[in-house]
Design a protein around this ligand. Structure first.
Ligand code: ZN
Length: 96
């Protein structure tokens, strides 16, 4: 068994690539802020279903803490339905 991956901020243990962070976890708050910005962006651009933006430091920290590869390109955010979005991280070269 590989060693358990743990959030450097709140100590949550990763299960698969998911982590149940503490409500007060700074890393998780940073990611949630980014997700809020995506939601607000789509609310301001209702005719658009795809947003491409640079990856943010909280997202990189979150992925690394969960044992994922470090994304180096843009993030493709898909607006699937109201309140339902998916992020796709890209590597070397990005999406543009
Ligand atoms: Zn955490």
């Amino acid at each position: 068994m590989p060693p358990a991956l743990q959030c450097p901020d709140c100590g949550a243990i990763a299960v698969g690539s998911q982590m149940a962070h503490a409500d007060t976890c700074p890393l998780n708050r940073g990611v949630n802020r980014v997700l809020d910005e995506d939601r607000e962006w789509f609310e301001a651009h209702p005719e658009v279903s795809v947003r491409i933006r640079p990856v943010t430091p909280p997202e990189v920290a979150d992925l690394l803490a969960a044992g994922a590869a470090r994304p180096t390109g843009d993030v493709i955010v898909l607006n699937l339905a109201p309140g339902l979005r998916m992020r796709r991280f890209t590597f070397a070269g990005g999406a543009r």
